[in-house]
Ligand binder design. Structure first.
Ligand SMILES: Cc1cc2nc3c(=O)[nH]c(=O)nc-3n(C[C@H](O)[C@H](O)[C@H](O)COP(=O)(O)O)c2cc1C
Length: 326
């Protein structure tokens, strides 16, 4: 399961894990926020007692802040520390962090050397391809990261300017797989369980990382198709946990986009899906779930595969024979 900002908190990860996800990450944590506003990042860093594997992802491009942030993270317990070299959001790239830092390989590697010096956790990195046609720059960046100790490199097969849309360049990922001495996780454009097999086949990568395909669709991990009643039960479990984390009002506000994700493309009438935007209380939620089984044309027991590609953002699903790579 990919790190997804605004999504992959503990409640979200529990939902994914109920359907077979083992390898999951926190959402990206900004180095400056960790150093200067630690309280704000507290919930982002929460690890469930039942989470046997949890990676934390750090974002930043300023060496002093990265050092401070790595020291803070060392006080916690994570399975690994991942460096974000893929975020395309302007407020991040204008500070030469995320995807923009990835485009300046020397600088990115200097930062990653700090990870090696200071972090007590195993290291990984998540990058984007740097060109759609020439594998060389991406391979060089990935090789540099591997030399500095990255145990796994996740490659999103789109360049920075493509943000999250357009084709995924499998041949660029496969070149990294061939030429980098550590396992590679392929990422980008996998909206179904079958898409993961395609990514593995076309790139030879060792693992895949689901992102938007897992939004509102944790069943992507085991490839099963839920019934309407099962979708409703998953929403209930997920949101109840959010309420216990954030309180009713904040949780309902944060959860609206997630309920939309669960309902999208599964045959619920559009008008009904709109009611998710008005969720304010747990009672509203129970009303929505009671209505969901009534308004779905197939009723509670109907299977409701997701038909449309999700619009939003994520997941790591491993090859069963490669569960040792982290
Ligand atoms: C809403 C949203 C939030 C994201 N947050 C992060 C993040 O915190 N860290 C990260 O490395 N990538 C983040 N990503 C990128 C995804 O992890 C993934 O690389 C990208 O969505 C491509 O995969 P997909 O086409 O399967 O969605 C985010 C993407 C979206 C849509």
């Amino acid at each position: 399961m990919a790190p997804l900002s605004g999504y992959t908190d503990l409640a979200y990860r529990h939902s994914m894990r109920r359907h077979g996800c083992r390898y999951a990450f926190t959402e990206m944590v900004d180095a400056a926020a960790l150093v200067y506003a630690r309280e704000r990042t507290r919930l982002m860093l929460t690890r469930g007692e039942d989470e046997d594997f949890l990676g934390v992802q750090l974002l930043g491009g300023a060496p002093e802040l990265l050092k401070g942030a790595i020291d803070v993270l060392n006080e916690y317990d994570f399975s690994l520390l991942d460096f974000n070299l893929g975020c395309p959001v302007p407020k991040v790239t204008k500070k030469c962090a995320g995807a923009e830092l990835g485009r300046h390989a020397d600088r990115a590697l200097e930062c990653f050397a700090l990870f090696r010096e200071r972090s007590r956790f195993p290291l990984t990195a998540k990058i984007r391809i740097l060109s759609e046609t020439d594998p060389e720059p991406t391979v060089l960046l990935a090789q540099g990261l591997a030399e500095l100790g990255a145990r796994v490199i996740t490659v999103h097969g789109r360049v920075k300017n493509a943000v999250y849309s357009g084709p995924v360049f499998y041949d660029m990922i496969s070149e990294v797989v061939k030429r980098v001495p550590v396992p590679v996780a392929g990422n980008g454009g996998m909206m179904t369980h079958a898409d993961a097999a395609e990514m593995l086949r076309r790139t030879g990568c060792h693992a895949v990382m689901f992102a938007r395909g897992a939004m509102g669709n944790p069943w992507i991990f085991d490839g099963s198709v839920p019934s309407v009643a099962e979708v409703c039960e998953e929403i209930r479990l997920h949101l109840r946990e959010m309420i216990s984390m954030y309180g009713e009002s904040d949780a309902m506000h944060l959860a609206r986009k997630m309920v939309h994700d669960y309902l999208r493309g599964r045959g619920f009438p559009g008008e009904f899906r709109g009611t998710a935007s008005r969720l304010s209380t747990e009672r509203d939620l129970e009303t929505l779930l009671a209505d969901a089984v009534k308004v779905h044309p197939g009723g509670a027991d109907a299977r409701c595969p997701r038909r449309a590609a999700p619009a939003g953002g994520g997941g790591v699903s491993d090859r069963s024979d490669r569960s040792d790579i982290f």
